[in-house]
Design a protein around this ligand. Sequence first.
Ligand code: SF4
Ligand code: SF4
Length: 386
Amino acid sequence: MKTTRRMSRRDFFQTIMLGGLASLLPFKGKGLAETVTDDPKEIPVQFRTLGKTGLKVSSIGFGAMITSDPTVIHHAIDLGINYIDTAASYMDGNNEIIVGNVLKTRRKETFIATKLKLRSEAEMMESAEKSLKKLQTDVIDIIQLHGLNSKAKVLNEEAMNAFDKMRKKGMVRFVGFSTHDNQAECLLTAIEAKFYDMVLVAFNFTSDPVIGEAITKAGEAGIGIVAMKTQAGGYQGKDLGNWSPHQAALRWVLKNPHVSTTIPSMTSFAQVDENFGAMKSAYGFKDEKILQCYVNLYNEELCRMCGSCRNMCTFGLPIQDINRCLMYAEGYRNFDLALQTYKGISKKSPLTACTDCQACQIKCKYHLNIPERLNRARQLFGSITV
Ligand code: SF4
Ligand code: SF4
């Protein structure tokens, strides 16, 4: 284990008093301790119960969405991470194959969650059958409808019928859905539906408070909550000194006792070790300061997923989803994912619609410069034909 000089809480307070947090930032390579250097094998795994499913899941799970190296997943399981999230559509269908190649020898140590698109009952059954084969398992622990954004979709009877059939046939154990947009309404509808065991929700330290409140209500109703997009884009490049926001971001999410696990995307051993290290302690003062710095530095990039701009565009452009594509490309630096997501959006709402507008009608609740962001999105994705 690397040795690092740790700053006591008292020292830290004194430093803040003397010069403010910004004065700490230039001291790269020394100064405040880097928590990421701890040996993960020395950190006990925290488990939480996923709502009424009763599954005891590690509070740090594994988002496999863009993981192409199976040894990274094996490493996470070796450490004690037991919740793996994938989807039928990730990597054009290949992600489930990669995860399946791991599960064939590690199935008893893991809970597997995958997703399918809301389609006809027959198509959803077929998708689940394919997922079972690719994942090399007899049963999927959790199956989720992928990316719901309305009350009508959450209450879709065809999906409920398909899920009921899957459960009766022993193909799946528990059912849920994921949501990125209009999340509060989707969560509250899940309570009303009394059907879903869990919901996967985009939740992080920049989230609009209404999302946290809906999570709490859903959690109190026994719905298991899994958090994604926990890193608020994971933007890099501006000076955070030798501080990493990743553990702080995960601890912030886990402050909400109704969040059972988190699924940060991981593609390297170093990312696994760093994220795993978030279980070492509870959210604290230093975490708060790191996240404040991050928000100050990247404020103009951070869509809070509040949904306030929903339906504002006269041409129906989904502004929050376009912001998500920008976040994938510029924050997480995953252009393939950004492109894949954009293609899904642009089928219905091409960005070229903006050229017919005299002036943009969108007013962002958090003062993001929407015309400027749409311009960037056009530059990145505009030439894509679907
Ligand atoms: S400029 Fe684009 S985003 Fe703004 S209102 Fe017009 S079509 Fe919608
Ligand atoms: S663009 Fe602004 S108003 Fe729209 S969801 Fe994001 S933060 Fe909210």
